[in-house]
Design a protein around this ligand. Structure first.
Ligand code: C2E
Ligand code: CA
Ligand code: CA
Length: 911
């Protein structure tokens, strides 16, 4: 395509006076073929000496022939001389002269043809010389001879006329020789030779010979010079052509482009493909403001300001990133460099420079950034990005903008899914978790994955505890809904730890560490919960770490012991077996509850050795007991996921030499959270060994009656929480227990009610038809010796205990003062029992917080918060309260309790 305003790249390479204004541009309007390459070599722009013709040789550089291209004009000049002579002398030339004139003019007319021949000779001095003599000296001599004959034949043609005519001939040939010395010399000689021949033939011949010699010598010199000049020209042309083609290739490759402006900042040249990108023909682009090629309002304001700045201050610039003003969908970025162009008087002529495309580089840079800052699995921000965001908030110049809340999340049981269903399933689960998390948090904050099953949420701004607690609950609820992974139903849970800036720290380290402690507390509190950071969590974490260490030692040092709690058949009231429950006599802390250390064992992997020890010990114990007695051993879900479990069980049985039917494994519902083939296989192999299986804690988890049909259980253990509430009025627990019992019966399974404590509960459970009962009403867990003694006394069990629960709850609305350190709050007791109360009015109290509760004017009791949900908390009393005869709690100091003087002023304040 022909393009106006297109400068040749060759010209670019060669320093030249600034192009820009109309005249220069006209010069630049060169023809070019479709490839941008110019037609022929005529326009190469190779330097040619002034006044010389531009005919080119085969090698593309100009050839200078001895015969001038204007030589044929001599013919016209000769005609004028003849006409003038005719006019001036009034005589007619004789026939001989006329013939000579015609011959001369004829030869001159053929001169262009001879010249063409000469051009083809390249450098043969002699032939060139001969052709030149033939084309120039010969016709000149013929013409001069004609004049001489005319003068001698006709009187009016006087000698001075002849001299004048010969001077005219010499001048004319000198002009038409166009500065060619050999041509000029021989033509001059030829013009005057005829005149000399009339006077002195010998002299004339001598002059002719000398003239021809000199002419030939000059010809040689002329041709040498021509050759040298041509060689130089061809060298320059080659260099130029190379530069031109290289730059044109470069432009065409799209890697870079060139531009030039005039002194007013308007485009005077721009590479064609840039014009194409800008959606305008190059000629239209020429003359428009250079800055219009860019989007000056784009994000990178800074760099555009500097482009503007450089152009207005006429200073050089390098690699400025600018956004192109193209009409493409995707944004395009260029890197632009340029320098001002000055003439030799230091006048500013404009700018010239180059540019390259940054789009791809930017895209890959962005990609790298994404890889470095985002988690490729979930597309959530990664740890690095999250900590940068948090850092940014915390280092905000305005203090009020530094406020934020940090959530740390941990998935409960994720490891199990990953271990049992495989990593692809784990990945799929994490992706779904990420989606839910994103939805739950929405616009209010940023979500990230720190690694594994750990997530983080940053909520900028000041937040009250309630909305934070609300969000945490929403997140937990959302993440705890069932997932569908590879067609399987999977349930996991989530725990959340919350820390708030500035209340819980002002650096990211503090906030993260404290959120982490809160997360630990949430998990410790039973998982599926959130927990706010509180100061005492530090000591709790330290305590936990210590306990972990101690537990390790305890297993090796044999500090653990199994206690045995009888299970009683309802109808016969005879002991049918015992549940083995682990006990830890800590050397310093005394007896520790398994509820406290089993989760630690599960977290640290210590559950494997602990569980194996429990199985062996229980089997060994059972070997000493009557055949009719069975033993039940608790098996953690983590043990259940271990493919080695069947062989561990087999070993324990074989070592003790017991009948496998006497061993019952208690498994909780959580093993069903991933209903996959591995779970089924484990059930099958355990059944294959011949042991019995009991479903523990039924009704506390994700109870689904569905899997009761699938799994080969021999017994269902109804959780104590069902039993506990069953005797209260208005509860549906009784109905639920009854339906579990009837379902179990239809499937041929036994049922056992756990935690039966009162005679009322016992009566109810009996009436509901449970086949077995386990609880304090018969026996607490017994130390091995006590268990042996109990068996020696016979299998009959006798229920002993209170008629109803010792501490029935009373509902009420009673204002109380709650004292915590130096702070006093107003609370309302919603219900109370001898051992604790539910208090309303304090938000999100961390479990374990200690208060003093002012129950009446002269009675305050120390309490510990056990749970908290929104503005309610459950507190446990440090000492048991007394009940009146009607079983109601007395708001007075128990007899014999240490006096605690109540603070009168405080009570008045509390109203
Ligand atoms: P679990 O399997 O539900 O065990 C029954 C728990 O209820 C025992 O608590 C038992 O002492 C208690 N209990 C029994 N009857 C009554 C009653 O009438 N009233 C009340 N309030 N409680 C009663 P314990 O011994 O503190 O064990 C707590 C949990 O620790 C067990 O709950 C079990 O999940 C776990 N655990 C105990 N020993 C082992 C073990 O060897 N291995 C594993 N993996 N877990 C164990
Ligand atoms: Ca159990
Ligand atoms: Ca249980």
């Amino acid at each position: 395509m022909a393009s106006k305003g297109r400068t040749t790249v060759g010209e670019k390479a060669r320093p030249r006076a600034h192009a820009g204004d109309g005249e220069t541009r006209a010069r630049e309007r060169r023809e070019s073929d479709g490839n941008g390459r110019r037609k022929g070599r005529r326009d190469k722009g190779a330097p040619v000496a002034p006044g010389s013709e531009t005919s080119l040789g085969k090698d593309g550089v100009p050839v200078r022939t001895l015969i001038s291209e204007h030589w044929f004009h001599t013919a016209g000049g000769f005609a004028v001389i003849i006409a003038t002579a005719l006019g001036v002398t009034g005589s007619i030339p004789p026939i001989a002269s006329l013939a000579l004139f015609i011959a001369s003019l004829g030869v001159i007319a053929g001169a262009p043809w001879i010249r063409k021949h000469e051009r083809g000779l390249e450098d043969s001095s002699f032939k060139s010389f001969a052709l030149m003599i033939g084309a120039t000296a010969l016709p000149t001599a013929l013409f001069a001879l004609g004049l001489v004959l005319w003068s001698s034949a006709r009187a009016p043609f006087e000698p001075h006329h002849l001299i004048g005519a010969l001077v005219a001939v010499s001048s004319l040939t000198t002009i038409t020789s166009q500065g060619r010395l050999p041509t000029m010399l021989t033509s001059l000689l030829a013009a005057w030779l005829a005149l000399g021949a009339q006077a002195n033939l010998v002299f004339t011949l001598a002059v002719t010979v000398f003239g021809l010699g000199a002419g030939f010598w000059l010809t040689k010199i002329h041709l040498q010079q021509t050759k040298a000049r041509r060689a130089r020209a061809s060298r320059i042309a080659r260099v130029q052509e190379r530069a031109e083609e290289m730059l044109s290739d470069y432009e065409k490759s799209g890697q870079g482009w060139f531009w030039e402006t005039d002194r007013r900042g308007n485009v005077s040249y721009v590479s064609a493909h840039i014009a194409r990108l800008l959606g305008k023909p190059a000629e239209e682009l020429v003359g428009t403001a250079f800055l219009e090629m860019f989007r000056l309002d784009a994000q990178e304001k800074e760099s555009e300001r500097t482009l503007n700045f450089h152009l207005s201050t006429r200073s050089s610039f390098q690699d400025l990133a600018v956004q192109a003003a193209t009409r493409e969908q995707e944004e395009r970025w260029w890197s632009v460099s340029g320098r001002p162009v000055l003439d030799k008087f230091n006048n500013f002529l404009g700018f010239r420079g180059w540019g390259s495309d940054l789009t791809e580089a930017r895209r890959s840079q962005r990609h790298v950034t994404e890889l470095a800052r985002y988690d490729s699995l979930t597309k959530l921000a990664n740890r690095f990005q999250m900590s940068e965001w948090l850092e940014k908030i915390l280092s905000s110049p305005q203090e009020e903008r530094r406020a934020c809340a940090v959530f740390l999340l941990d998935l409960d049981r994720f490891k199990q899914v990953n271990d049992t269903m495989g990593h692809p399933a784990g990945d799929a689960l994490l992706r779904q978790v990420a989606d839910r998390l994103r939805t739950a948090v929405g616009e209010s904050g940023s979500v990230g994955r720190l690694g594994g099953d750990e997530f983080q949420v940053i909520l900028p701004g000041r937040h009250k505890p309630y909305p934070l607690a609300h969000l945490a609950t929403r997140i937990i609820e959302s993440l705890s809904q069932p997932y569908s992974i590879e067609g399987n139903r999977v349930i996991i849970g989530a725990s959340v730890g919350i820390s708030v800036c500035p209340d819980h720290g002002s650096t990211s380290e503090e906030l993260i560490r404290n959120a982490d402690l809160a997360l630990y507390a949430a998990k410790d509190g039973g998982r599926g919960r959130y927990h706010f950071y509180a100061n005492d969590l530090h000591s709790e974490a330290e305590e936990r770490r210590q306990l972990e260490q101690d537990l390790r030692d305890a297993i090796t040092n044999g500090e653990l012991e199994l206690h045995y709690q009888p299970q009683v058949a309802t109808m016969s009231e005879k002991i049918s077996g015992f549940e083995a429950l682990v006990r830890w006599k800590h050397p310093v802390k005394g007896s520790l509850s398994p509820a406290k250390f089993i989760p630690i064992a599960e977290d640290t992997g210590l559950i494997a050795p602990l569980g194996e020890w429990a199985l062996r010990t229980a089997c060994d114990q059972l070997a000493k007991w009557p055949e009719s007695v069975r033993i039940a051993v608790n098996v953690s879900p983590l043990q259940f996921a271990n493919p080695a479990l069947p062989s561990i069980v087999t070993n324990a049985i074989a070592n003790a030499g017991i009948d496998p039917k006497r061993l019952e494994l208690e498994i909780t519902e959580s093993v069903f959270l991933n209903d996959d083939t591995q779970t089924e296989q484990m059930f099958a192999s355990l059944k294959g060994i011949g042991v019995r299986l009991a479903l523990d804690d039924f009704g506390t988890g994700y109870s689904s009656l569905g899997y009761l049909k699938k799994a080969p259980f021999d017994k269902i253990k109804i959780d104590q929480s069902f039993v506990r509430g069953a005797t209260m009025s208005g509860t549906r627990n009784g109905a639920i227990i009854a339906s579990i019992v009837s379902l179990a019966e239809s499937l041929g399974m036994e049922t056992i009610a756990e935690g039966v404590e009162t005679l009322d509960e016992l009566d109810l459970i009996r009436s509901l038809g449970c086949s077995h009962i386990q609880g304090y009403i018969y026996e607490k867990p017994l130390a091995p010796a006590a268990a042996n003694a109990r068996l020696e006394a016979g299998l009959e069990a006798i229920a002993r205990g209170p008629r109803s629960a010792r501490a029935p709850r009373q509902t009420m609305l009673r204002k109380v003062l709650v004292e915590h350190g130096a702070n006093r709050y107003q609370g309302t007791i919603r219900n109370i029992s001898a051992n604790g109360a539910m208090v309303e009015g304090l938000w999100n109290v961390p479990a374990g917080t200690q208060f003093k509760l002012h129950l009446s004017k002269d009675f305050a009791i120390n309490v510990t918060a056990r749970w908290s949900k929104e503005d309610r908390m459950g507190v446990e009393f440090a000492e048991e309260l007394e009940l009146d005869d009607a079983g109601s709690v007395k708001f007075t100091r128990p007899r014999g309790a240490i006096t605690q003087p109540a603070d009168q002023t405080l009570l008045r304040k509390a109203g």
